[in-house]
Structure formats: C-alpha cells, structure tokens
Ligand binder design. Sequence first.
Ligand code: BJW
Ligand code: ZN
Length: 233
Amino acid sequence: MEGPFVVLTGAGISAESGVPTFRGPDGLWRSFRPEDLATPEAFARDPALVWEWYDWRRQRIAACRPNPAHRVLAEMEATLPDFTLITQNVDGLHQAAGSQHILELHGNIWRVRCTRCGRVSEDRRVPLPEIPPRCQCGGLLRPDVVWFGEPLPAAVLEAAWEAAARCRWMLVIGTSALVQPAASLPVLAHRNGARLVEVNISDTPLTHLAHEVLRGPAAQVLPTWWASRRPQQ
Ligand code: BJW
Ligand code: ZN
C-alpha cells in the first residue's frame, strides 16, 4: 500500500444504498435512457421533463444512506498519507460517509445553477415546490451537473488527471467505464505503472487491464479487501 493511492467511483458504489445505476435494469426512468435526458438539448427542448427526472432521483437519493463501501473510502482517506477520491457520482453519499476531499467530475445533484445569471446554490428540497424551478432573477435553474457534450469542471478534471498520472494504486469501483473522459483515468494510471484494482459485479472494458479484480457488490468485497490490506498500527 506504499505510494499515492487513487480511487475512482461510479454509480455501482451507491447501488447497495438504493440509488439506481444508469445502465442497470432498474436504471431507467419511464423508459428514458440517461443519454436521452442528461443533455443540454433535452433540457432546452423540455426543461420540465428533465427536472421531473431529477426531482424523482433527488427523492430517491434523499432516502439513501452511505453503505460500508463509502465508509471504507472515508477511512482510507484518514489512514493513507497520499489519497485522492475521484467520483463520477452526483449523489453526495461520499460526503455523507465522511470523505473530506472529493473530486466530483460530474457535479452534484444537490446544487442548482441559474441558466441566466450563473448563480450556483445548494437546494435540498424534495420534492421541489415548483418544476421547473426558477432563480431569484427569474431565470431557469438547472441541476449543477455535467451533461453529455458539456465540459467537465476544468480544475477538478486537471486535479484528477494529475492524481491518476502519478498514482501507484488505482481502485476503480462500480463504474461501467463507458463515459469519457472519466473512463480514461484508469487507463492513464495503468500506462504509468499503477496497480489497477477493479471492484464490480460484472466485467467492464477495464477488466482486462486490472491486476486484481474483486468480483461482487462493493459494500461486501471492499471492506474485506481493506481489512486485509489496512496498515496495522
Ligand atoms: C456494481 C454494483 C455493486 C452495479 N457493486 N459494482 C471519447 C470517445 C467517445 C465519446 C466521447 C469521448 N469523449 C467524450 C465523449 C462523449 C461523452 C461520452 O463519454 N459518451 C459515451 C457514452 C460514448 N462524454 C461527454 O460528453 C463528457 N463531456 C465531454 O467529454 O466534454 C468534452 C468537451 C470539452 C470542451 C467543450 C465541450 C465539451 C460529459 C459526460 C457527462 C456524463 N454525465 C452523466 C450524468 C451526470 C448527471 C446526472 O447524474 O444526471 O454522468 S451520464 C452518467 O454516466 C453519469 C455517470 O457519472 C456516468 C457514468 O456512469 P457509471 O457511474 O459508470 O454508472 P453505470 O450505471 O454506467 O455503471 C454502473 C456500474 O456499476 C456497472 O459496471 C455495474 O456492473 C456496476 N455495479 N452494482 C459494484 N453493488
Ligand atoms: Zn439567476
């Protein structure tokens, strides 16, 4: 466990908390795929429809608690001297588990951003009283998340690239590794000599690169793995 340690998480880490994944069988909402709804075009066409999806997801997530996998990552951060957590998730469950520093590549579902004045604010109301919600300035609010075709937050992505490029270990948990540029981070780490460990219930495009594959639900296999690796005091 020597050297910089990076973790990349995806929707699968929150599955056992009850948060639906994107591409699983229960990932669909009214038969829409994320590629149909998580786009600026969908929002421009029908903001109320897109907001109904987000409002439904916010209600689901509000009822969810972090699971043992989230908690292990908070413990790793507190234990390992050089540790970086990168997440594609927008659910806020890493924060709820006690992780302090989180690189959120795709934003956060509990923030809203005004499409007119750009103001960003936290809004945890579930359900939202008005759909689509509006800013004090009268502008239309949108979720402060990253949709397909939109750039990731530059500083966050830069920090993630740097961490991936220099790490000795990369743990990739619960992501289908289909969405770019997040899916390239483990590839970069691998190319630079990091030991790649994948935690997933199924194969992904990264599985063939992994030095170690922990096959099973993250909330079960991650605590066991960490218990056997954790530095003893
Ligand atoms: C378990 C489990 C358990 C289940 N335990 N495991 C290069 C090549 C091709 C395409 C592109 C490219 N570069 C860019 C693109 C386009 C696009 C893209 O990647 N498209 C692909 C789909 C082909 N990317 C973008 O558009 C990105 N933007 C960009 O690149 O901008 C460039 C630009 C620069 C300058 C100016 C303008 C543009 C943005 C991507 C944004 C993704 N957004 C979403 C929505 C976020 C908001 C929201 O939540 O609503 O992010 S889409 C959705 O997918 C969400 C997720 O973070 C993301 C990844 O999903 P994830 O986490 O992997 O979940 P699933 O459901 O796919 O997988 C779950 C996994 O868990 C599975 O493997 C299960 O087996 C496993 N699992 N239970 C362990 N218990
Ligand atoms: Zn505004």
